[in-house]
Design a protein around this ligand. Structure first.
Ligand SMILES: [Zn+2]
Length: 54
């Protein structure tokens, strides 16, 4: 059985999970959509890539 993860922000099941940055004060994982939204909020104009497999 594959455990389904839900996004901390929108609550949707996600096929890809992203770790929020520590300074976002988010406890949990994010979907790609919310993650890029957060990235944009915190780092407008920057392209930050985080690989969860690292
Ligand atoms: Zn989400």
């Amino acid at each position: 059985m594959i455990k389904e993860f839900k996004c901390t922000i929108c609550g949707q099941a996600m096929d890809q999970k992203y770790l929020p940055m520590k300074n976002w004060n988010i406890d949990g994982l994010l979907c790609g959509k919310c993650y890029s939204k957060k990235i944009f909020e915190h780092y407008p104009g920057k392209h930050v890539r985080v690989n969860t497999s690292d």
